[in-house]
Design a binder for this molecule. Structure first.
Ligand SMILES: [Zn+2]
Length: 387
């Protein structure tokens, strides 16, 4: 038995107007200080006020949000007693909003214990709205929550299908001001979601189409969105691509590039999309023998000649590296600015964390410890995988 979960999705130009018709008394907007600074919180506040809703703001979400931040936000929720929680921003504020909501409804649960088993019994006090301001994480439509254990410097994959948003508002205008680097990093995250959602062992007929289409959209529109921030068509199509990919992988799983990317991000604070995209081509080369046709189908969907077989999968890995280069992203760990000594000093931990990551469970096949270690080393130097 399989489930496909999704919020109601309001998308396209003017989607934010959906807030005007909400029924409720109080909202808690979970966001970061940057969203306040660039005026997006005020924009959301104006719409909620039209609906007669009192607005409270928790703006303390940091990149790679910690358990402590979630506890602080939950404390504020208990004080404010909102009937709507609004996650506004990139993946970090949206994931934090999900966790705060769970803790507000279920004060008996610890953040690190938010797992997919059993019933949570949410929606007794509040419901959740997600509003992405980047185009990539897909967190607006997924139930996964990534939090960082700051003591262990480790990312934790948490979440329960019940903590999926009730409404996702995918309005391209909210992403219009993204700087090129953020556009590139987050857009690549959407590509990795699409590729890993399509090739992980939990992919289904209901997720495949979304992943294929998202792959096509990213190859076509991401370079345009990065090079010209006024290209509104590219912005809108990337915003949609991120949501398609989110639905695709969110109802399947991700795979080894996410496991390695989480591991690197936990140790060295490399932005999520940059980290997972960097590892993706190495993992494709690594899996090219086991699942060549799945990768070849993705390549064909993105408009590349389908030569078939293992070679097609390896060519697809090169096309992804080309895309990264075209938009100024690193294709190796050294290019990402991490010193060899620091990296080698952390190598055992990187391997352990990747092997323990929840996304590794659905990889095309389970890699050995030695293979994982080798992949981290090849990815450092930018060598194509030949083992
Ligand atoms: Zn991701």
């Amino acid at each position: 038995m399989w489930n496909f979960v999704s919020p109601r999705i309001v998308f396209g130009e003017g989607a934010l107007d959906a807030l005007d018709e909400l029924q409720g008394k109080r909202a808690l907007v979970v966001t970061d200080v940057n969203m306040v600074r660039i005026g997006l919180v005020d924009k959301v506040r104006a719409h909620l006020k039209k609906a007669g809703i009192e607005v409270n703001v928790f703006d303390q979400v940091e990149p790679d949000p910690s358990v402590q931040t979630v506890l602080q936000g939950a404390e504020m929720a208990r004080h404010v007693q909102p009937d709507w929680i609004v996650g506004l921003g990139g993946g970090s504020p949206m994931d934090t909003a999900k966790a705060i909501w769970v803790l507000y409804e279920r004060p008996d649960i610890e953040p690190a214990a938010i797992g997919p088993v059993g019933e949570l019994g949410l929606r007794k006090k509040a419901r959740l709205i997600t509003i992405p301001t980047t185009s990539g994480t897909g967190a607006e439509v997924t139930w996964g929550i990534v939090l960082t254990d700051t003591t262990e410097k480790r990312k934790m994959g948490l979440g329960h299908p019940e903590n999926i948003a009730d409404i996702a508002i995918v309005d391209p205008e909210m992403a219009i001001g993204m700087p090129p680097r953020l556009t590139a990093d987050t857009g690549l995250d959407a590509l990795v979601h699409a590729v890993e959602g399509y090739t992980c062992s939990w992919h289904t007929d209901l997720t495949d189409g979304l992943c294929l289409h998202a792959t096509r959209l990213v190859f076509k529109y991401l370079p345009r969105a990065v090079s010209n921030d006024r290209d509104t068509e590219a912005r809108e199509r990337m915003h949609n691509a991120a949501t398609c990919a989110g639905l695709g992988f969110g109802n399947a799983m991700a795979s080894m590039a996410h496991a390695m990317g989480h591991s690197l991000g936990g140790a060295f604070h490399v932005p999520h999309g940059r980290a997972v995209a960097l590892f993706l081509p190495y993992t494709i080369e690594f899996f090219s023998r086991q699942a060549p046709e799945r990768f070849a189908e993705l390549a064909a969907s993105a408009g590349f000649a389908n030569t078939g077989g293992e070679q097609a999968a390896r060519e697809f890995a090169h096309h992804i590296r080309d895309l990264c280069r075209q938009i100024g992203n690193p294709t190796s760990v050294s290019e990402a600015g991490i010193g060899r000594k620091d990296y080698e000093g952390q190598l055992d931990k990187l391997v352990d964390d990747a092997l323990n990551d929840t996304q590794m469970v659905t990889a095309v096949r389970a890699p050995s410890r030695e293979e994982t270690r080798k992949l981290f080393l090849y990815a450092y130097e930018g060598r194509s995988v030949d083992f």
